[in-house]
Design a protein around this ligand. Structure first.
Ligand code: GTP
Ligand code: MG
Length: 329
């Protein structure tokens, strides 16, 4: 890893991984190139960044603008984006049905889902975006799905643990992904030595545990596959094991909820919290409300677990889960 990467570089890199439009990608790449320490050790990285910038430029200028392009058709919504991926017939669509109000087609034969389809999963007082996808096989990997996985906060790798071919089908999907620069890991990161290589944090979801033989199949999976993802056992159809999965999904997003209140009202708006990454500041909340609020922010009063009630803070104040803030512009 090249040494001395600035906080600005790392921030831009994280934004690049999560970007949802070519324009955003281009902007992040330009910051990355500007912030990259220029010396022999970063020559390769510099060249790669330049290449990506020129590619992103073409994409933002090209006729495809605004059209369908890998992963950018579905806008980001809610506290985070979670992809449901896996081999055919694993129960991805059934899982989306069980966790959200979306109604994708579920059928007892493979290749039912043809394109990514989002749904919103309620968790406590926030919503999380889940996206069902077409199956991945040795010969099939939908480019839009691949793009979405790169920018996602979390992947649920769904395995059919109720059928004997489940292990092999999952392995095939993993092998297909391993041939691309979009891979799965315990934590999300970009490979520093190969900017295109992106890893997305993943949970293994063993589905159909209402059927017999699940333990044996999981043992087999671990014998043949060196997977170290956190593991959840569920029956999407019967609703078994979904609560712990939901909790873990929310925890993995690593967001804090912030309730805003007007100076004139006694109570904050408890129905619709804003969510930001843990470690985020008051200024980020102001930006979510409106660019003008961010620009004109003087200070805010905060009620929360970490401060005395009504403490006055500035834009760089780091928020905690369930803080209530009253912004003054
Ligand atoms: N027994 C059992 N069957 C399930 C469960 N979840 C899904 N199924 C069944 O498995 C079959 C496939 O489910 P889908 O949700 O369509 O699977 P998919 O992964 O979306 O399949 P593709 O769209 O082809 O990739 C259907 O017959 C479902 O009823 C479960 O928890 N238990
Ligand atoms: Mg499906």
């Amino acid at each position: 890893m090249p040494a001395n990467l600035t906080p600005q570089y790392l921030k831009a890199e994280e934004a690049y991984r999560r970007s949802s439009s070519p324009e955003e990608e281009l902007e992040c790449l330009q910051v990355m190139l500007r912030e990259l320490p220029k010396h022999k050790g970063t020559d390769k990285l510099q060249a790669e960044l330049k290449q990506k910038i020129s590619k992103a430029r073409k994409e933002t200028a090209g006729p495809a603008k605004g059209g369908k392009r890998g992963g950018h058709r579905i806008p980001r919504q809610g506290a985070g984006r979670v992809m449901l991926i896996g081999g055919p017939n694993a129960g991805k669509s059934q899982l989306l049905r069980s966790l959200t109000r979306a109604t994708p087609e579920v059928a007892p034969y493979p290749f039912t889902t043809r394109e990514p389809l989002p749904g919103m999963m309620p968790y406590e007082d926030v919503m999380v975006q889940l996206i069902d996808t077409p199956p991945i096989t040795a010969h099939l990997l939908d480019p839009e799905t691949q793009g979405l996985v790169r920018g996602a906060d979390l992947v649920l790798l769904v395995m059919d643990a109720g059928n004997d071919d489940g292990v092999e089908i999952l392995q095939e999907a993993l092998e297909r992904l391993a041939q691309t620069k979009t891979r799965l890991a315990r934590e999300s990161y970009l490979d520093e030595d190969d900017v295109g290589l992106s890893y997305t944090r993943t949970f293994l979801v063993a589905n159909k545990i209402d059927l017999p033989g699940v333990d044996e199949r999981l043992a087999l999976l671990h014998e043949f596959c060196d997977l170290d993802f956190p593991e959840f056992r569920v029956s999407a159809e019967h609703g078994t094991g979904l609560e712990p999965l939901k909790q873990a999904i929310f925890a993995a997003l690593d967001v804090v909820r912030v309730y805003t209140k007007l100076p004139t009202s006694k109570e904050p708006d408890y129905d619709r919290p804003f969510t930001i990454r843990r470690g985020g500041t008051l200024l980020e909340i102001a930006e979510l409300i409106h660019k003008d609020v961010a620009r004109n922010l003087k200070n805010a009063r905060v009620w929360g677990s970490q401060v005395h009630d009504g403490t006055v803070v500035k834009g760089d104040y780091v928020l905690h889960d369930k803080d209530v803030v009253e912004l003054h512009v």
